[in-house]
Design a protein around this ligand. Structure first.
Ligand SMILES: Cc1cc2nc3c(=O)[nH]c(=O)nc-3n(C[C@H](O)[C@H](O)[C@H](O)COP(=O)(O)O)c2cc1C
Length: 401
C-alpha cells in the first residue's frame, strides 16, 4: 500500500483513452490512495461518471454550476484537499486551458487553485502532439513545474502509428509514487555536484564565459537532497536560488572551482560534474579596465586546470559522472571523454537540439556507461533527467556494496 491514504485528484478529459483512466483509478486505489475524480464535459461522452463514482466511492466532480456545490466552493475544496492532481488522459484542449490559465470548467479551476504537485499525461493523435501549439503549451506547463508523463509511441486510435498514446499506466503510477513518496536511496551518501559556468577575467569588468545557466546541476543537487543525500554544490555564477537542503559553495573561475572540488572531495562518495568549466583563460588579467580604442587585437589564452581529469586520477571507489555538451558526433565524443577521464557515467548532451542544453528547463540526453551501454532519454524536465541520472548512480552504488 505504497500510496496509503494519499489524497489524489484524478482529472479525466475527452480523449479516446478516457477508458484507461478507469484502470488508473483502480491501480491508485489498490495502492491505498483516496481518489476523487473530476471530469470534463467531453470526458463524460466517453465514460459514464457512474463508473468512476462507483469505483472511487466518492462523488465525481462534473458541473461547477451545480447547486450541489452552492454551499461550498467545490473547486477550492477539492484543490485544498488534494495532495496531488493528475490529469490522465489530458487532451490538447485541456492542456491549452491549463497552459493559458483559463478557468472555465471544474478541472481548470482546480488546476489554478491547487498548490499541490500536478501531473499531466497527454494522449492524442501524433500530428496533434507535434503541432507547435501543443508543444508550446506543454513546454509552458513544464516550465511551471508540472510533471509531464511523456506519451508512448505505437498504434493510435486514428489508425496511424506514432507518438501520442497515453503513457503506460505503470509509468504514470510510478511517477505519482515518486512524487508522493520520494525514495531515500541516497541516505548516508555525500554527493558533490558542480554547476553553472565559470568566468575567466580579462580585466576588472570583463570576462570569458559560456551560456550555462546552472539549471541542470541545480536540479541534480535538489534531486539528490530530496533522496536523502548530503549535497555539496560547487556553483559558478548563476541567477538560481540555492536548492533546498544543499550546502552551496560559490566560485567564479575554473581555478577556484578546481580548488573547491578538491577540498571537498574526501567526503564525497559520488561526484557529478555538471558545470560548464571554461577550457581556456586569459594568460593575463589587466589590473585596470582595458580602454576602448586601444589596440587589443589578440588575447593570449592558456588551458585551465582539468578538474574532471584530476578527479579521474583520484577516483578510487568513488562514482564519477561527467557531462559532455557537444554539437557534433555527440555519442562518439562522449564515449571518448568517458574513457579518457575514467568516468563511470557520462551524460551526453546535444546542445544544438531544440529544448536541450543551455538555459532551458528541459533536456534530452543519452547516458553512457563504462560497460558500453547507452540509455537514450526522451525530452524531460531537467529535474526528471536528474532523477534518471541518480537512478543510474544508485544502481552503481548497490553493485559496489
Ligand atoms: C472519438 C474522439 C476521440 C478523441 N480523442 C482525443 C484524444 O485522444 N486527444 C485529444 O486531445 N482530443 C481528442 N478528441 C477531441 C476532444 O474530445 C475535444 O477536443 C474536446 O473538446 C476535448 O475537451 P476536454 O479537453 O474539455 O475534455 C477526440 C474526439 C473524438 C470525437
Amino acid at each position: 500500500m505504497t500510496l496509503s491514504r494519499k489524497r489524489i485528484l484524478l482529472g479525466v478529459t475527452g480523449s479516446i483513452a478516457a477508458y484507461k483512466a478507469v484502470e488508473l483509478l483502480r491501480l491508485l486505489t489498490k495502492a491505498g490512495a483516496e481518489v476523487q475524480v473530476v471530469m470534463t464535459e467531453a470526458a463524460t461522452r466517453f465514460v459514464a461518471p457512474l463508473t468512476f463514482e462507483t469505483l472511487s466511492r466518492q462523488e465525481v466532480l462534473l458541473d461547477m454550476w451545480s447547486l450541489a456545490y452552492s454551499h461550498r466552493i467545490g473547486h477550492l475544496e477539492a484543490s485544498q484537499r488534494a495532495q496531488l492532481f493528475v490529469v490522465a488522459p489530458a487532451t490538447a484542449r485541456t492542456i491549452a486551458r491549463l497552459a493559458l490559465g483559463l478557468a472555465d470548467d471544474f478541472l481548470s479551476c482546480i488546476y489554478l487553485a491547487s498548490r499541490c504537485p500536478v501531473v499531466v499525461a497527454p494522449a492524442m493523435d501524433c500530428d496533434m502532439l507535434e503541432h507547435q501549439a501543443v508543444r508550446e503549451n506543454l513546454a509552458r506547463l513544464r516550465d511551471r513545474g508540472v510533471h509531464i508523463v511523456e506519451p508512448d509511441t505505437g498504434p493510435l486510435a486514428s489508425g496511424m502509428v506514432g507518438r501520442g498514446r497515453l503513457a503506460a499506466l505503470s509509468e504514470i503510477v510510478g511517477r505519482i509514487r515518486l512524487i508522493l513518496t520520494p525514495r531515500q536511496d541516497l541516505e548516508g551518501q555525500t554527493v558533490l555536484v558542480t554547476a553553472g559556468p565559470t568566468r575567466e577575467p580579462l580585466d576588472p569588468v570583463r570576462f570569458l564565459s559560456n551560456r550555462s545557466s546552472g539549471k541542470m546541476g541545480y536540479a541534480i543537487a535538489e534531486a539528490a537532497a530530496a533522496r536523502g543525500a548530503r549535497v555539496i554544490l560547487v556553483s559558478g555564477p548563476t541567477a538560481l536560488a540555492p536548492p533546498p537542503g544543499a550546502d552551496v559553495i560559490r566560485v567564479e573561475t575554473a581555478e577556484e572551482m578546481y580548488r573547491a572540488v578538491l577540498a571537498e572531495l574526501e567526503s564525497a562518495g559520488v561526484v557529478i560534474k555538471a558545470a560548464a568549466v571554461a577550457d581556456y583563460r586569459p594568460t593575463h588579467k589587466a589590473d585596470n579596465k582595458i580602454k576602448k580604442g586601444g589596440a587589443l587585437s589578440e588575447v593570449a589564452l592558456e588551458p585551465t586546470p582539468d578538474i574532471l581529469a584530476e578527479l579521474g586520477k583520484r577516483k578510487g571507489p568513488r562514482i564519477l559522472v561527467g557531462f559532455a555538451a557537444e554539437t557534433d558526433d555527440v555519442l562518439a565524443n562522449a564515449r571518448a571523454k568517458l574513457q579518457r577521464k575514467n568516468l563511470d557515467l557520462v551524460v551526453a548532451n546535444d546542445v544544438g537540439r531544440v529544448g536541450a542544453g543551455f538555459d532551458v528547463d528541459t533536456n534530452a540526453v543519452t547516458i553512457l556507461d563504462a560497460t558500453g551501454g547507452t540509455e537514450e532519454l526522451p525530452l524531460l524536465s531537467k529535474r526528471e533527467v536528474a532523477d534518471r541520472i541518480l537512478d543510474r548512480v544508485t544502481a552503481l552504488l548497490r553493485r559496489a556494496a
